[in-house]
Design a protein around this ligand. Structure first.
Ligand SMILES: Nc1ncnc2c1ncn2[C@@H]1O[C@H](COP(=O)(O)OP(=O)(O)OP(=O)(O)O)[C@@H](O)[C@H]1O
Ligand SMILES: [Mg+2]
Length: 310
């Protein structure tokens, strides 16, 4: 029995917009990445898995429980960190978790204290247990978000866009926390900041316009992109020409010139460009989307296109 099992799932919103179209997915223990540009349907899929939205077609189960037939059983196995997570601002970190533990039915104080302590350690917030939530940094707040999903010992954790707005150091830290947690749980993570998945993921699924367009290991995604990613030194003026024709992934300043990395256009590289032998996951994702005519799909969040932070 897979921890998450999705068969022929489609979802049409009221008003007629089809946000998911015949999705088939299956996940066991480990970290899984759900990738896709804005509007691809990532949050819709996650909200269905969390029983917050009823699918219009297909079958979805979590730890063997159907989301439609037994939503309460699904919830007991599941922790969810939504795309927007806030609240509890004037409470202390420890209090937030203690209250949530009580709400999930842990009435024995000493064992609750122990669980809260363990969860705080797991996400690296042990040192700030008595700090007020409003005094946490953005990264700490996201980690508190993860902590709240863990309190009732769920087998499956669903995290929607966890790293938006975090600095590179916090993003790496967050990724490490998830990798550790993924050892004995299923973690489904959505993001359009591809670099954040790193090597932590066992498999990735690429969602575009409500359809799964790739499913496999990160290595397979990268393999498919070899030969499509180039590197080239250019001057400022050459850069404009290049940008008009190719999708550029990153630009860095070399000695006296700019070093750009980009994606081939219809299998053609710019003259004098070198092929990048080991493209990053992000570059591979861009190459994959470009091959489908979705040029620039990964670039809607300009702030995060620089692969140097990976
Ligand atoms: N309540 C709703 N009613 C109608 N359409 C909706 C509703 N919620 C989302 N949509 C549409 O469904 C599509 C998928 O939205 P969804 O939020 O699942 O995308 P996403 O992949 O999470 O995007 P993002 O990366 O921006 O978070 C979008 O076109 C969106 O406009
Ligand atoms: Mg979303």
């Amino acid at each position: 029995m897979a921890a998450i099992d999705v068969k022929h799932l489609s979802h049409t919103y009221r008003g007629g917009f089809k946000a998911l179209d015949d999705i088939n997915l299956s996940f066991d223990a480990g970290v899984f990445g759900l990738l896709g540009p804005n509007g691809a349907g990532k949050s819709t899929l996650m909200r269905i898995l969390c029983t917050l939205l009823e699918p219009t077609e297909g079958e979805v189960s979590v730890c063997g429980h159907d989301v439609m037939e037994d939503p309460m059983a699904v919830r007991s196995q599941l922790g969810y960190l939504p795309q927007e997570f806030g609240a509890w601002r004037s409470h202390r970190v420890e209090e937030v978790l203690d209250t949530l533990a009580q709400l999930s039915g842990m009435l024995d104080k000493p064992s609750r204290r122990q669980t809260v302590g363990e969860v705080l350690e797991a996400v690296g917030l042990g040192d700030v247990a008595d700090r007020k939530v409003k005094k946490l940094s953005g990264g700490m707040l996201r980690r508190l978000g993860i902590a709240q999903t863990l309190i009732h010992g769920p087998k499956v954790i669903i995290v929607d866009e966890p790293t938006v707005g975090l600095d590179p150091e916090e993003r790496i830290r967050f990724r490490n926390v998830l990798t550790n947690l993924g050892r004995d749980r299923t973690i489904l993570l959505s993001t359009h900041i591809v670099a954040d998945l790193g090597g932590a993921c066992k498999a990735v699924a690429l969602l575009d316009n409500g359809q799964i367009i790739f499913q496999g290991s990160p290595a397979e995604l990268v393999q498919g992109a070899i030969g499509q990613v180039f590197q080239l030194s250019v001057s400022e003026t050459e850069l404009d020409d290049l940008e008009a024709k190719y999708d550029l992934v990153s630009t860095s300043i070399g000695s006296g010139s700019l070093v750009v990395r980009g994606i081939s256009h219809e299998d053609e590289l710019p003259p004098n460009a070198e092929v990048v032998e080991e493209p990053s996951l992000e570059e591979s994702y861009m190459a994959f989307m470009a091959a489908r005519g979705r040029s620039g799909a990964a670039r809607q969040d300009e702030e995060h296109t620089d692969t140097e932070v990976a």
